[in-house]
Each structure stands twice: as C-alpha cells, then as structure tokens.
Design a protein. Sequence first.
Length: 209
Amino acid sequence: MSKVVTFDHPLIQHKTTILRQTSTTNKEFRELVEEITMLMCYESLRDLPLEDVEIETPIKKTTQKMIKGKDIAIVPILRAGLGMVSGMLRLVPTAKVGHIGMYRDEVTMQPCEYYCKLPADINQRLVVVVDPMLATGGSAIDAIGQIKSYGATNIKFLCLIAAPEGINALSKAHPDIEIFCANVDEGLNDKCYIVPGLGDAGDRIFGTK
C-alpha cells in the first residue's frame, strides 16, 4: 500500500479551514491554494537527494550541498490542479510542467481523459502530480497510469482534501507512490462529493460558478 502523509502543521490546518468557508472569495481561494501547496511542497520534497558541489564564496572555495540530478516535473490534473502549480513553482522555479486533462462523467462518475502533454524526459524526473481533491480516486489513478506509460517510476501525489475512499483506491492501484494530503475528510456522499469538503475546487479557483 502507498505511504500516506497527512499534514498536521498549524498553518496548513488554519489555511485549509478558511479555504473551506463559503464566504471565502475566489481571489482568497486562489491565494490560499497557492500558500497551502507551497507549505506541502516544502515537506513533501524533504527526501530529495543531495550531492556535494564545489563553489566559491566571496571568502573562499568550499564544498556544499545541492540537489542531485534533474529537477522535478509538476503535473496538474486539469483544470483544478492548475491552481496548485504556482505554489510548487515558488519553491522549485526550474521544474518542468506537464498537463493531463480529465473530467468526470456526471452519469457514470468515471474519469474521461481529453489531454496529455508531458516533458520528454519525464522518465528521468521525480514527478509530482497535483490535484486539490482526491474523491473517488479515478482521475488520479488514470493520470498516474498515463504518466507511468511514459516510463516515470518516481511519483508523488499531492492534494488538499482527500476522502478515505479515494486514498484506498489510489493506494491499491498504485501502491508504489506517496500520497500527501492537507486533510482527510469523512467520506463521499451519494454524488461522490467529499464531505464536508470545500465544494468544486475548479469553480472556486476560476470563479465559474
């Protein structure tokens, strides 16, 4: 089963509570998503490998640490995942960004893919898949499956709000990935929305409802 990390940092919990509120404006919602993602990014990349490099300071030459290998690839699941990209890029500005487009069929509740564009060297990178919500897990499962088909093997998944059903489904489908959540909620209702959740993340990020 996948390693699942739920963040208990007070800043993440505080900002997530504001994020949930119906009174939070679209502007505030976007800013909070970016801030929470940045805090999660900091912790989720704690295990990045380092290597010794020789540099020269104004005082002398010295050996110090830098991240080893290629930078990460960030892959948002469209469209709501786009709201998390800026927070990731604030900390890893040289990361490459791919995109996977998914929407949920309102009748079958199954994910439907309509777009996929990934960095050519994604198989050489740590891939961080981002989506604010992990509900049934269908979109995340399909997106990660698509990324693996391009040869990627080192994958993390970051979300803000998760349902236990989604975590279980994603863990079973891809037991080799790590899952990072700001909060794990009660579960899904009969329409497969997360309860208590925060509504439709895409609509609240882009102001389309």
